[in-house]
Design a protein around this ligand. Structure first.
Ligand code: SAH
Ligand code: SF4
Length: 344
């Protein structure tokens, strides 16, 4: 939503080269200005028309209040491992989180897809904070550009693991992915979309025929435990979730990543691992174990390293591809949603 008086009703970020060219022509400018505008928006970090010095001063001054669609950095916190968590302020004043996670070879951005989240998972700070609205495509693209500009380094990977449930906002998420791919230049294979799983949504997602990785937040191999953690699991049981995941693999030929938060004493016992392995037998998948990041509202516990390794070994012995994903940036307010809760 644009609140200022603009000469355009849509933010320019998210528009293709063709659409930007049409827009400059509507403004009485020559066609080649379209490519210049495109380069400045997607590759040179322009946040206003005034900054685009390749345009004539006269046009920049008379074009009016054009909304490019960029956020402002409201707050940022850097962890010793150089992970940076950002709180970004959107045009309507809402605050979202984005995270930049650097390594030698990669710069990964963890993006939000909604302001808050309606799913209410019990271990999740975002879920505890409730839901405000979906993000627009430009608000998703902006997170990637903001991290890229701040790190002064190209983003290599994107994970939709920030605030919100992407498959409740599929259309805008797909539009953002297409632009991030075509306009920002990030390979679809470098993008992961994480979902808690909603009836019909995984099948629908498969039909878009993207090259991205789908991650499904499983968190339990038994229905009763999953229901305890994820309210929506009652209406959408594990058996149906797995059936839809199998359809996804069949339709796309792509494997699925399963995310599994380890909560000490609750879902991390040997029997849980054995059941998980049996559920995933013959499935093209990869399991990511995520040791729980404590949040203030609940008192789940993170298992110790020995417990984590035992769980992992049970899966490995049963030929399940598995890795542990230690959350980066613990010191900069750990779990997703927590930074906003503590700073906003
Ligand atoms: N809504 C989507 C994507 C955002 S959540 C989903 O649930 O998949 C992204 C990941 O962060 C999920 O795997 C989620 O379970 C995990 N997460 C949330 N709270 C966490 C916590 N306290 N500790 C560790 N991981 C957490
Ligand atoms: Fe929403 Fe994902 Fe958090 Fe659940 S874990 S409340 S789906 S963001």
């Amino acid at each position: 939503m644009i609140t200022t008086a603009n000469s355009t009703s849509t933010p320019l970020l998210g528009l293709s080269l063709e659409q930007l060219t049409d827009w400059v022509k509507q403004q009485g400018q020559p066609t080649y200005r379209g490519k210049q505008l495109y380069d400045w928006i997607y590759h040179k970090g322009a946040k206003s028309i005034g900054e685009i010095t390749v345009f004539s001063k006269q046009w920049r001054e008379t074009v009016g209040d054009v909304n490019i669609g960029r956020s402002t950095i409201h707050y940022q916190a850097i962890a010793p491992d150089k992970t940076i968590k950002y709180l970004l302020k959107l045009a309507d004043g809402q605050i979202i989180e984005a995270v930049g996670i650097p390594s030698e070879k990669r710069l990964t951005v963890c993006v939000s897809s909604q302001v808050g989240c309606p799913m209410g998972c019990d271990f999740c700070a975002t879920g505890k904070g409730g839901f405000t609205r979906n993000l627009e495509p430009h608000e998703i693209i902006d997170q990637v550009l903001t991290v890229q500009e701040d790190f002064q380094r190209r983003v290599s990977n994107i994970v939709f693991m920030g605030m919100g449930e992407p498959l409740l906002n599929t259309e805008n998420v797909i539009a953002a992915i297409k632009s991030l791919n075509q306009d920002v230049g990030i390979g679809q294979r470098m993008i992961t979309v994480s979902t808690v799983g909603l009836r019909g949504k995984i099948r629908e997602f498969a039909e878009y025929d993207l090259q991205v990785t789908l991650a499904v937040s499983l968190h339990a191999s038994y229905q009763n435990i999953r229901e305890e953690l994820i309210p929506s699991a009652k209406a959408y049981p594990l058996s149906q979730l797995f059936a839809e995941c199998r359809d996804y693999v069949k339709l796309t030929g792509r494997r699925i990543s399963f995310e599994y938060i380890l909560l000490a004493g609750l879902n991390d016992l040997p029997e849980h691992a054995i059941e998980l392995a049996s559920q995933l037998r013959g499935f093209q998948s990869h399991v990511n174990l995520i040791p729980y990041n404590p949040i203030q509202e609940v008192d789940y516990k993170r298992p110790n390293t020995q417990g984590i390794n035992e769980f992992m070994d049970i899966l490995k012995e049963r030929k399940i591809a598995v890795s542990v994903r230690y959350s980066r940036g613990l010191e900069a307010d750990a779990a997703c949603g927590q930074l906003r809760a503590s700073q906003a």
